[in-house]
Design a protein around this ligand. Structure first.
Ligand code: F6R
Length: 255
């Protein structure tokens, strides 16, 4: 596991975008796992810039998002369908048919969750999964106590998560109670993980994720078991880490 502590949110975002862009340049048919929330917005801005100014080509890329609220229509401003369109898909040359966000309006949600897993496998698996982290250590909507081997399914949101997200809705009653989320087992099958965190409010969760024991009570700690995981944080989110994290050498072959 590699931990990169960046000076600012902008630098964190640039680093994540560059890593994703590198995958897309090397593999034009890359399958990207994407996240929503405030954390990855800067990464998406930078990817849009790389597309517009440097021709980064998304025409053959496929994407799968981590999660979606149950019951929100795709054009609801707080739905993750809407978020992805606004923050990324509408600004790059991706084929909308290749973008996938769980369908919170599906009639048979368990059947949809199974299909979503099958779509990921059919696409060839996730080359990279971008992750944010909740203040309680959740990844996607896998709240504390979620099975570390879980698959895509419907989950009840923690009260803390609902309160954190209440700022986006008119009142608490409007905040959805359920979400479809990729499971922790699903996420761990991605070939690479990039977990981002900024702000002080994430510092405790990041310290546990990097330095605490692996536990279902802090779902993000599972990334310690992934063979290719990078955690990128700004100074504030890294402020409770107890050890130094020197940059890992990326030159593996010395001639
Ligand atoms: C969203 C997601 C969530 C968020 C987390 C942090 O797709 O998977 O786990 O990453 O709740 O949210 P922000 O970035 O808004 O602090």
């Amino acid at each position: 596991m590699e931990v990169l502590i960046k000076e600012s949110y902008e630098e964190m975002s640039k680093q994540a975008a560059e890593m994703i862009a590198d995958i897309v340049r090397r593999k034009p048919r890359a399958v990207l796992g994407l996240a929503t929330g405030s954390t990855p917005v800067g990464t998406y801005k930078e990817l849009i810039r790389l597309h517009k100014e440097e021709g980064l080509d998304f025409s053959k890329v496929t994407t799968f998002n981590l999660d979606e609220y149950v019951g929100l229509q795709h054009d609801h401003p707080q739905s993750y369908h809407y978020f992805m369109a606004e923050n990324l898909f509408n600004h790059i040359n991706i084929n909308p048919k290749n973008t996938h966000v769980p369908d919170g309006t599906a009639k048979d949600i368990p059947a949809f969750c199974q299909t979503y897993e099958e779509w990921i496998v059919k696409a060839g698996g996730l080359d990279v999964q971008l992750l944010g982290i909740g203040g309680n250590g959740h990844i996607a909507f896998n709240e504390p106590g979620s099975s570390l081997g879980s698959r895509t399914r419907v989950k009840t949101l923690d009260e803390k998560t609902r309160q954190d997200n209440a700022r986006f809705f008119k009142n608490m009653d409007e905040v959805p109670k359920y979400a479809i989320t990729m499971g922790i087992g699903t996420i761990m099958e991605a070939r690479q993980l990039i977990l981002l965190a900024n702000k002080e409010s994430k510092a405790a969760a990041i310290a546990q994720t990097c330095e605490g024991p692996v536990t279902a009570m802090v779902p993000a700690t599972i990334v310690q078991l992934h063979p290719k995981a990078t955690i990128i944080v700004d100074k504030a989110a890294g402020s409770k880490l107890s050890r130094e994290y020197p940059a890992e050498p990326h030159i593996l072959v010395v001639s």
